[in-house]
Design a protein around this ligand. Structure first.
Ligand code: SF4
Ligand code: SF4
Ligand code: SF4
Length: 371
């Protein structure tokens, strides 16, 4: 353990802690854009500079390990001036787009600009502008808004293990891109969107659906048995974004389905009542043999909605029981199989296999998540 003093408060922490970690234990927030406790140290934004007695220059709190007897100041007029200038420099190469940006109201750069009261900018020069639109289906990439915090690159490599993006080019033109500037073609987990502190990375489906004053609903993803925790951002009774939370089973991470595939919830095509197929033979049709001149051939087609009628749950369950009994009596229990779903709970899946084995009398039971 190492004892140190931050802003006049004494504490002891493990010697592997950084000054940033130690400050957070005291409830002291050191401004930053690139620090993420779940990722490796980056030390790129230079906003977390702190004064350490005996050091001629400020040190990056996120990248400096604590030492015995350290005397740290996290905020002084000099440090605040440095930080404000750094924010001003970032804004000097940043589009003035807060009015339309999907991240406005939830953007760390906007917050910092507000905190330091930066309305005018003393710095003028070349600005990055990019014309290319990324045609991937999920992640909107507006790289003019990137502050080079590297969180997306690190989370993609260190947590997702995909390494789908990295820094390219140099100096002012440094840019986070997929290989060879191609369209993003990755796992679309959206982890990068989740950590991006600005509007550089957002969800494409977020566009113009509302960006503030959401009703937040904590829930569990229904796509598979992992049980990832979700927070639904709801506006006018519509889900407009999906986030996740730290300190949950999934530690704030999600897969592409959990994060982006939520629009089905409001689809008018969703079934809301049981359907019974009224004409089971209607899925066989005569193939058009117009070109060959030969006789028509029977081919299978997907059943259409008109092949079904809506029934009550009682009617549907009675029909299923009748059919199962009929098949079992005429062909034996092994003529029946059960296919269960990852969207059910463990308990439901357990009951289903019990029903197939003990009630029907067959071991023909499988699950959609087993490839
Ligand atoms: S990324 Fe942040 S600062 Fe930049 S335009 Fe969007 S809201 Fe404004
Ligand atoms: S969506 Fe996931 S896999 Fe794709 S770049 Fe972002 S973090 Fe990497
Ligand atoms: S795209 Fe976002 S997360 Fe990635 S480096 Fe830029 S600002 Fe950081």
């Amino acid at each position: 353990m190492v004892s140190l003093n931050i802003d006049g408060k004494q504490l002891s922490v493990d010697k592997s802690c950084t000054i940033m970690d130690a400050a957070s234990k005291l409830g002291i927030t050191v401004p930053n854009l690139c620090h993420n406790p779940d990722l490796s140290t980056f030390g790129g934004c230079r906003l977390c500079l702190v004064e350490v007695e005996g050091n001629p220059r400020p040190l990056a709190a996120c990248a400096t390990l604590v030492q015995e007897g350290m005397q740290v100041k996290s905020s002084t007029p000099y440090l605040e001036r440095l930080r404000s200038t750094n924010v001003e420099l970032l804004l000097s190469d940043h589009p003035n787009d807060c009015m339309l940006c999907e991240r406005a109201g939830n953007c760390k750069l906007q917050e910092l600009a507000y905190y330091y009261g930066i309305r005018e900018n003393r710095f003028e020069g070349t600005r990055r502008t990019y014309d290319k639109q990324d045609n991937n289906p999920f992640v909107s990439r507006e790289m003019e808004k990137c502050v080079m915090c590297g969180q997306c690159v690190r989370i993609c490599e260190e947590i997702q293990g995909a390494r789908a993006i990295d820094f390219s080019y140099k100096g002012l033109w440094t840019k986070v891109t997929p290989p060879f500037e191609k369209d993003l073609d990755c796992e679309f987990c959206g982890q990068c969107v989740g950590v991006c502190p600005t509007g550089a990375l957002t969800g494409k489906m977020w566009s113009n659906k509302g960006r503030q004053k959401f009703r937040e609903v904590d829930t569990v993803c229904s796509y598979c048995g992992c049980g990832c925790n979700l927070t639904l951002a709801v506006k006018k009774n519509q889900i407009v974004r999906v986030y996740s939370r730290k300190n949950t089973i999934n530690e704030g991470m999600l897969c592409a389905k959990g994060r982006f595939a939520y629009e089905f919830v409001h689809s008018p095509d969703r079934l809301s009542r049981p359907l019974i197929r009224v004409n089971p033979k209607s899925n066989w049709v005569l193939e058009d043999t117009h070109d060959s001149g030969g006789p028509g051939k029977q081919v299978q087609r997907s059943p259409a909605l008109q092949d079904f009628k809506e029934v009550s749950w009682d009617e549907a369950l009675e029909y299923i029981a009748f059919k199962i009994r009929e098949i079992k009596e005429s062909s034996g229990p092994d003529a029946i199989g059960g296919l269960s779903s990852a969207r059910c709970t463990n308990e439901e899946n357990y009951l289903f296999q019990k029903f197939i084995r003990a009630v029907i009398g067959t071991n023909n039971i499988d699950h959609c998540a087993r490839y």
